[in-house]
Design a binder for this molecule. Structure first.
Ligand SMILES: Cc1cc2nc3c(=O)[nH]c(=O)nc-3n(C[C@H](O)[C@H](O)[C@H](O)COP(=O)(O)O)c2cc1C
Length: 398
C-alpha cells in the first residue's frame, strides 16, 4: 500500500510533511535527537551567522502570554492560542556549529529525518561559503534565512532587511543557487508590500522553493510598568497568525510554480492540513514545538498519520486544494447576493435586540412588537445571525 503521508519536496523524500522550523531546537544534537525520535519528517538547524550582534547570548529573551496578554507561567496553563514574543535565541557562528552539524547528520540518518541547514549571513561571500560547507558535509537541503525580524540588529543588511530589497534578495539567493547543487529554499519576511512580486523574482533567479513566512516584528506592552516587554521591537508569533500566513501561502502558490514550506502559526495537525490545503508541500512548526515539547510533537504526527491512513488522497494531491478555489474580488460579482431571513417563531423579541443594534445597513425596524426586515437594505452580511442568541436568523441566497 502506498503511504499517503510520505511526500516529496524538491526531489527529497520526507516520511511526513511535519518539519521543525529553525529554532533553538536545532542548535544541539541532544535536542535534534529528541525531536527526531518523535517522528517528524524534517528538522531545520538553528541559523548560523557571521553577524556578531545576532550571536550575542544576551539577546535571548522569550515572553509567552495568553492572547489576553497574561504571562504564561507554567506548562499546564499554555493555552491553544498564545503569543510567543522573542528576541533570539542567539544564532551560532559557523565555525562553532560544524561539529554539531556533522553529528546531527548521523542522528538524522538513524531516525530517517531530513536535516535542513539554515543560514543567515550578512555578506554574500559568507552566504556562499556556508552553503558550500553544509553541502560538503552532506546536508541535502538549505534554507536561507532572508526574513528574520531582527534585521536591524546590525548595520549590515540582515534578515527582513534583505527580503525588503528585491534585488539584494535575488542576488543572495542566486549566488547560493549557483554555488551549490542541493535545493535552496528562501525563507521570506511578511514585511513586504507583495510577497508574490518577490517570489516571482526569486523564481526567475532559480530558487526552487520558498518558506512562507518568517515572523512579524511586534511590540508588546507591560500594563503594570508601561515598559515595552523585552525591550521593544521583537519577533511575534503564535497560532493566531495562521490566517495571515495561509493567505500568503495561497497567493504564492497561485502566482508561481515554486514549492512552498508553510510557516508561522501552525500548532495542530489540523493546522498542518490547512497549510497543505493553502499550497504548502511541507509545514514547519517552531513556537508550538518549543513551548509544548516532544510528546506534543509525537502526538501531532500520530494524529496526522491517522488522517492520511483514512484519507483517499496523498499530501501532494491535497496540496493547494483550497488555493485553487480562491475567488478574486472581481469574481465575487458572480456569486449571487444574500439576505437575512428572520424566523419569527424563533425570534423572541429579546429586550436588548443585538441584531437591531448591529445591523449597519438599517435593514431591521421594530414595528408593532415585531422586527420587520427590509430585503432591499439588507446586505446579507450575516452580522445579525452572528449576534442572535436564539438562532432565529438564517442567510439565504437571493
Ligand atoms: C525562539 C525562536 C528562535 C528562532 N530562531 C530562528 C532562526 O535561527 N532562524 C530562522 O530562520 N528562524 C528562526 N525562528 C523562526 C521560526 O523558524 C519560525 O519561522 C517562526 O517562529 C514562525 O513559525 P511558528 O509559528 O511555527 O513558530 C525562531 C523562532 C523562535 C520562536
Amino acid at each position: 500500500m502506498i503511504s499517503k503521508i510520505k511526500t516529496n519536496f524538491c526531489g527529497i523524500e520526507f516520511k511526513n510533511p511535519v518539519v521543525i522550523a529553525s529554532t533553538d531546537i536545532g542548535r544541539s544534537v541532544e535536542n535534534f535527537e529528541k525531536f527526531a525520535k518523535a517522528g517528524v519528517g524534517g528538522i531545520i538547524t538553528k541559523s548560523v551567522t557571521d553577524a556578531a550582534p545576532l550571536q550575542s547570548k544576551g539577546i535571548t529573551m522569550f515572553d509567552i502570554r495568553t492572547i489576553d496578554g497574561v504571562p504564561v507561567d507554567d506548562c499546564d496553563t499554555v493555552p491553544d492560542n498564545y503569543y510567543f514574543f522573542s528576541r533570539g535565541g542567539s544564532m551560532i557562528a559557523m565555525e562553532k556549529f560544524e561539529e554539531t552539524a556533522k553529528e546531527i547528520l548521523q542522528i538524522a540518518k538513524q531516525y530517517d529525518v531530513v536535516p535542513i541547514a539554515s543560514i543567515c549571513a550578512s555578506k554574500i561571500e559568507n552566504w556562499v561559503a556556508y552553503a558550500k560547507r553544509f553541502e560538503e558535509m552532506g546536508y541535502p537541503m538549505l534554507e536561507l534565512n532572508l526574513g528574520n525580524p531582527h534585521g536591524e540588529a546590525s548595520k549590515d543588511k540582515l534578515g527582513f532587511k534583505i527580503s525588503q530589497e528585491t534585488d539584494l534578495c535575488v542576488e543572495v539567493a542566486s549566488s547560493v543557487v549557483n554555488a551549490v547543487n542541493i535545493p535552496v529554499v528562501a525563507k521570506l519576511t511578511p514585511h513586504v508590500a507583495d510577497l508574490t512580486v518577490l517570489t516571482k523574482a526569486l523564481e526567475q533567479a532559480g530558487v526552487k522553493a520558498v518558506t512562507v513566512m518568517h515572523r512579524y516584528q511586534g511590540l508588546v506592552i507591560d500594563h503594570e510598568t508601561l515598559e515595552p516587554v523585552i525591550g521593544g521591537y521583537a519577533a511575534i508569533g503564535g497560532p493566531w497568525m495562521k490566517p495571515l500566513s495561509l493567505a500568503n501561502v495561497a497567493k504564492v502558490r497561485n502566482a508561481t510554480s515554486l514549492e512552498i514550506m508553510g510557516s508561522n502559526g501552525a500548532d495542530s495537525a489540523q493546522d498542518v492540513l490547512d497549510f497543505i490545503y493553502a499550497g504548502a508541500g511541507l509545514v514547519q512548526i517552531g513556537s508550538s514545538m518549543m513551548l509544548k515539547g516532544v510528546e506534543y510533537s509525537r502526538n501531532l504526527v500520530a494524529e496526522l498519520e491517522a488522517f492520511f491512513d483514512a484519507s483517499e488522497k496523498t499530501v501532494s494531491q491535497l496540496c493547494g486544494e483550497v488555493a485553487r478555489k480562491i475567488i478574486s474580488y472581481k469574481e465575487l460579482n458572480k456569486i449571487s447576493a444574500r439576505k437575512a431571513v428572520i424566523d419569527t417563531e424563533k425570534c423572541l423579541q429579546c429586550a436588548d435586540k443585538p441584531c437591531l443594534e448591529r445591523c449597519y445597513y438599517q435593514a431591521l425596524t421594530p414595528t408593532g412588537g415585531t422586527l420587520v426586515h427590509d430585503d432591499d437594505s439588507c446586505s446579507g452580511c450575516g452580522m445579525c445571525k452572528a449576534v442572535c442568541t436564539y438562532n432565529a436568523v438564517r442567510i439565504e441566497k437571493i
